[in-house]
Write a protein that binds this ligand. Structure first.
Ligand code: ZN
Length: 135
């Protein structure tokens, strides 16, 4: 079952500059910065109440975030992540509803979580992530 919006993923060109913006202009505090090899990104996390903001900077040209930045040169909202207590069941439900899954089985994500993405062509235009803490 989906329990909450866990985070908003925001694609950025320069992680360090973006972190400064969120800290200086919005007064948020960066919790941690982490490289996620499975997604070829460097990420920075901010607490915003119950929700997090996840900034994503590509670390390789074939990174999904690099491709997003080719289409959206200024960066922007990249995905919405729903926290679930059963990622396998969530994927099965989505698949049964006709959703095209990018990941049939969850992969390692940032912040010690398992994550899986649904294709935006079958999610009303919003790239959708399911995530759950690793056991
Ligand atoms: Zn995410």
């Amino acid at each position: 079952m989906i329990q909450k919006i866990d985070h908003l993923g925001i694609a950025v060109r320069n992680l360090d500059e973006s972190v400064k913006y969120y800290e200086n202009a919005l007064g948020l505090k960066c919790e941690h910065i982490e490289e996620v090899p499975s997604q070829k990104v460097r990420t920075a996390f901010f607490h915003v109440g119950e929700v997090h903001v996840e900034l994503l900077e590509p670390t390789a040209p074939e990174s999904p975030i690099a491709k997003f930045l080719e289409k959206n040169p200024n960066g922007g909202i990249h995905h919405v992540a729903f926290g679930t207590d059963n990622i396998g069941a969530q994927l099965a439900t989505a698949k049964a509803a006709g959703v095209h899954l990018i990941h049939e089985t969850p992969i390692d994500g940032a912040a010690n979580k398992l994550v899986a993405f649904l294709h935006p062509k079958s999610t009303q235009g919003v790239l959708t992530e399911f995530c759950t803490p690793k056991a």
